[in-house]
Design a protein around this ligand. Structure first.
Ligand SMILES: [Zn+2]
Length: 233
């Protein structure tokens, strides 16, 4: 009888992923809190900056709303709503304006039919389904002692791959939204050049949390492949 060990040597890959994510998240929080104390000279709040950017981009059907929570800012393409959190909506810091502009970047991606955003959107249900059935399949595949187990393991790996793919396609979407945001902020006069530099630091730190998330997902996939190979030997 084969008993899978879930705290075996391959578990170190999961731990490395967790550590990478923790470092990226700490860096993001410290960078955001540092630049949320630097007020923009225009005095514009996150909400005002978002409304100005959307207006200048010719987008009239996106609503800007307030959402509670910490760093919960996002653009929802389903109902064309841009939601800004406490630290962004009312704040006139360079960090707040940067995050607001980044979310506008997503709204502009949506408006202009930016392909990776559409691909990412269509992957959401598949990635959610994949990540919910991956572990049950893998665990049954590892425990079961029959010729079906290799099939279940492969299906589990395939299911998990969709979740990983989602994390990877998120990267160009996030980098592109920040690229658009920085360009707009520099050109529109919402921020001065030195303020754009500060904002770039905030958005880069935010982007690194997505890189860490993708790296951690890849490490978990690698671990599953190693466990499956060991089982098949
Ligand atoms: Zn984003």
């Amino acid at each position: 009888m084969y008993y899978p060990m879930f705290f075996d040597t391959t578990y170190i890959l999961v731990l490395i992923g967790v550590i990478i994510c923790m470092i990226a998240s700490a860096k993001m929080n410290s960078t955001f809190s540092r630049y949320s104390r630097v007020r923009s000279r225009s005095g514009m709040t996150g909400r005002e900056a978002a409304e100005r950017i959307l207006f200048q981009a010719g987008i009239r059907d996106v609503r800007v709303e307030h959402i509670s929570g910490n760093l919960t800012d996002h653009y929802d393409p389903r109902n064309k709503t841009l939601r800004l959190s406490d630290a962004t909506y009312h704040s006139d810091s360079v960090a707040a304006v940067g995050v607001a502009a980044h979310e506008c970047g997503h709204a502009i991606q949506h408006e202009t039919g930016y392909i990776p955003l559409a691909v990412r959107g269509s992957l959401v249900p598949i990635a959610n389904f994949g990540s919910s059935i991956a572990w049950p399949l893998i665990i049954i595949g590892l425990i079961m002692n029959s010729n079906m187990s290799a099939l279940l393991l492969n299906l589990g790996i395939l299911a998990f791959s969709f979740a990983v793919l989602f994390q990877i396609i998120t990267l160009p979407v996030e980098f592109n939204a920040s690229g658009r945001a920085l360009k707009i902020l520099g050109n529109s006069g919402i921020l001065y050049e030195d303020e754009v530099r500060d904002t770039r630091k905030v958005l880069t730190a935010a982007a690194l949390t997505y890189v860490a998330g993708a790296a951690s997902a890849i490490l978990q996939l690698l671990r599953i492949v190693l466990l499956a190979n060991r089982r098949n030997d």
